[in-house]
Structure formats: structure tokens, C-alpha cells
Design a protein around this ligand. Sequence first.
Ligand SMILES: [Zn+2]
Length: 145
Amino acid sequence: MTTTQSESKETLPKPMPRPESRGLTAPFWEAAKRHELVCQRCRQCSKWIFYPREQCPTCFSTDLEWAALSGRGRVFAFTIVQQPANRAFEPDVPYAYAIVQLDEGVRMPTNIVDCALDEIRVDMPVSVTFDDVAPEWTLVKFKPS
Ligand SMILES: [Zn+2]
């Protein structure tokens, strides 16, 4: 039996991409493993900062700290994924990819889980939940609250 290149690509296993828990992002992923949602905050101007950076994007201070977020927010934007960009996610389709705006103001890319996909709406209140994908890594997701 012969296989075309596209057929053989379809049978290749595709590993699930994993977040890099090192450097600037390590405190976020370590907290997620403990089922805590944390974010950087500037000690000079008190602004919350997401994604992690070396310097405050508002006042350019490097005096930053990690602090706990409320875990509450609202759906800022979402889409229902039918064809994932990465084939590792094919078993999960359809699923909701979303940007959630936390009560503290930061916006986070995530998934909306624990609800019917047709119930998801922009501005829907959500709260954090943690998906222990593997012993060494946990993903931050949100569910209706
Ligand atoms: Zn600042």
C-alpha cells in the first residue's frame, strides 16, 4: 500500500504543546500548579501586568511583584474552534478559545469550560478553574460563575 505525503502526515502523532515554565513566566505556571492565579503588578504605579515582562509598560519601572488575582472576570471575546491550528488539539474540537478580562483589568487568553458552547456570550461572568493536564503542568481556564 502506498501513502501520499498528506496521508502520512495525518497519521503522525503530534505532541501537545506545553507552556515553557522558565524565566519570566515560571511564577505564573508554578502558581497554576498550586491552583492559584497570579499576575505581575508594578510596585511603583500599582498597574497589573499581563503577560509577564521585565519592566512595567506604563511607568517603565522594573520594581515588579507577583500577586494573587481574584480569579473573577468576564468574557471579552471568544470563538468556537472547529479546526485547530495545531493538530494536537483535534480531539478537543469543538472548544471555546477566549480572551477573559479579569476584574483587575488584565486580559488573558484561555478556554471557557464546564458549559455548553452555545451558552457562551461576550461579557458573561466567569471564574478561574485549573486543568491539571499533567503532573508537571496545569492550565488556567475559566467557567461560568
Ligand atoms: Zn508601573
